[in-house]
Design a protein around this ligand. Structure first.
Ligand SMILES: C[S@@+](CC[C@H](N)C(=O)[O-])C[C@H]1O[C@@H](n2cnc3c(N)ncnc32)[C@H](O)[C@@H]1O
Length: 368
C-alpha cells in the first residue's frame, strides 16, 4: 500500500531548515518478475540505480518484492527484469468486495497511477489475471473495470495487466498488482527485427553485467544473431569498440535494423565471419559475450560438438589475459566437459536461468 516515506531524524545541531519544505515522498510496494536464476543480479541493478530510495528488497525465485520511495516512472529504466508491478493490498475477504466504494476508488487510483506513466493512448486493452476467470464475480469485475477505464477487456493478454491474488504471506487478504508498462520491460522498443532463438533482452543485460563493462574496452560478440547482446552492451555503458560477427548475412541485417532502431548503428562494427577463426589479433579484445546455438532451434548438437571447442579456443586467443567471457548455452554437459579440460578458462560462476521453458546456463569465464 502506498504510504509517506519515513523522514530521517534531524540532529539537534542541524542548521535551520530550508524555507521550502520538501514534499512527502510516497512509498510504493512493487514487485518485479525476474528471469529465474537472475534475482541477485536484478537486485544489484535495483540497488545501483535506486539505493537511497529502497526501503526493503525481498527475493523469491523469479521475483523481487521491494518498497520504493520514489517516482514510479524511474522504475521503467530497469533492464534485468521482465516486468515491474505496483502492488496494493486490500483488507477484503473476497474479490467481490473490491467493488465496494472505498476499495473501488483505491483500485482506480492504483490503475490511474500506472497509466499516467505512459503517453495518452498507450493503453487500449486490459487483462484481468485471476483464479476462476469465468466466475460471475470476475465477469462483474471485468465489466466494471471496462466501464471505469474505457479499456477493452482481453482474455489472453492486454496492454494494462492487472493481477489479483492473495499476497504470498497472507491468504486472508487480497492483493492487486498492476504492471507499470503496456508491454513487459524485457520487450524492448528497439526490437524491430526478431529471429528464431533471439535472446531475452533481460537475460542479455544480466550477461553484460557479468562481463563488468568498462568504457574503454573492446567488446566482442562472436555470434551476434539479431544483435541483442550488442544493443544491451551499449545500453549498459559506452565502449571504445563494439564488434559483432555472424556467418549469416541475414542475421547481420537483422542486427543492423535493431541497432538502428536503438540509435546505435554508428557505434557497432558488424562483420561477416566465422567465429572459429576471426580476423582479430591475439589479445586484442577485453570482453566477450556470446549466446551460443543451443542445438534446438538454431544449429544441431552434432554441429555444436565441433563448434563449441573451436569457438572457446578462438575466444581464448583474441581476449586479453584476465578478460571476461560470458556465454549462455543449453549444452550444459558439453560446456562442462570442455571447460574442465580447458587450459585457458577458469569458471567464475555458472548460473541456471529460465528462458522460454528451457534452463540454459550462463557461464562466466575468466581468461587465465
Ligand atoms: C543463438 S543465435 C544468437 C542469437 C542472438 N543472441 C540474438 O539475440 O538474436 C546464434 C547465432 O550464431 C550464428 N553462428 C552459428 N555458427 C556460427 C559461426 N561458425 N560463425 C559465426 N556465426 C555463427 C548463427 O548464425 C546465429 O545467428
Amino acid at each position: 500500500m502506498a504510504r509517506p516515506a519515513k523522514s530521517p531524524k534531524t540532529p539537534k545541531t542541524a542548521r535551520k531548515p530550508p524555507l521550502a519544505r520538501p514534499q512527502p515522498v510516497t512509498v510504493h510496494t512493487c514487485e518485479a518478475d525476474v528471469p529465474e536464476g537472475l534475482e541477485r543480479i536484478a537486485r544489484s541493478e535495483l540497488r545501483r540505480r535506486f539505493e537511497t530510495r529502497l526501503e526493503s528488497v525481498e527475493l523469491t525465485p523469479g521475483t523481487l518484492r521491494f518498497t520504493y520511495a520514489g517516482n514510479l516512472y524511474q522504475l521503467l529504466a530497469l533492464r534485468t527484469v521482465h516486468a515491474v508491478y505496483l502492488s496494493q493490498r486490500y483488507p477484503i475477504p473476497r474479490p467481490r468486495a473490491l467493488l465496494g466504494d472505498q476499495h473501488w476508488r483505491a483500485l482506480l487510483a492504483q490503475i490511474a497511477a500506472v497509466r499516467e506513466l505512459s503517453p495518452a493512448g498507450a493503453y487500449r486493452t486490459f487483462h484481468l489475471s485471476a483464479a476462476g476467470p469465468e466466475s460471475s464475480v470476475m465477469r462483474r469485475l471485468r465489466e466494471a473495470l471496462a466501464a471505469a477505464t474505457g479499456l477493452e477487456p482481453d482474455d489472453e493478454a492486454g496492454d494494462l495487466l492487472i493481477r489479483l491474488r492473495h499476497p504470498p504471506d497472507d491468504d486472508r487478504l487480497w492483493e492487486v498488482l498492476v504492471r507499470l508498462s503496456p508491454r513487459p520491460l524485457s520487450t524492448r522498443a528497439w526490437r524491430v527485427c526478431n529471429r528464431e532463438g533471439a535472446l531475452n533482452a533481460a537475460i542479455a543485460h544480466a550477461m553484460i553485467f557479468l562481463t563488468r563493462p568498462a568504457p574503454d574496452e573492446v567488446f566482442l560478440n562472436p555470434v551476434c544473431g539479431s544483435g541483442t547482446l550488442l544493443v544491451e552492451r551499449l545500453a549498459a555503458a559506452p565502449a571504445a569498440q563494439v564488434i559483432g560477427y555472424d556467418h549469416d548475412e541475414t542475421a547481420l541485417d537483422c542486427a543492423r535494423r535493431n541497432l538502428e532502431a536503438a540509435g546505435l548503428a554508428g557505434q557497432v562494427s558488424l562483420r561477416l565471419g566465422d567465429c572459429r577463426s576471426l580476423p582479430l589479433a591475439a589479445g586484442s579484445v577485453d570482453a566477450i559475450a556470446a549466446d551460443l546455438p543451443f542445438g534446438h532451434l538454431v544449429g544441431s548438437h552434432e554441429h555444436n560438438l565441433e563448434l563449441y571447442p573451436a569457438l572457446l579456443a578462438e575466444a581464448a586467443r583474441v581476449i586479453k589475459p584476465g578478460g571476461r567471457c560470458v556465454v549462455i548455452s543449453h549444452e550444459v554437459r558439453l560446456m562442462e566437459m570442455l571447460l574442465t579440460a580447458s587450459p585457458h578458462w577458469s569458471v567464475e560462476q555458472v548460473i541456471r536461468v529460465a528462458q522460454g521453458g528451457l534452463y540454459p546456463r550462463i557461464f562466466a569465464l575468466v581468461r587465465r
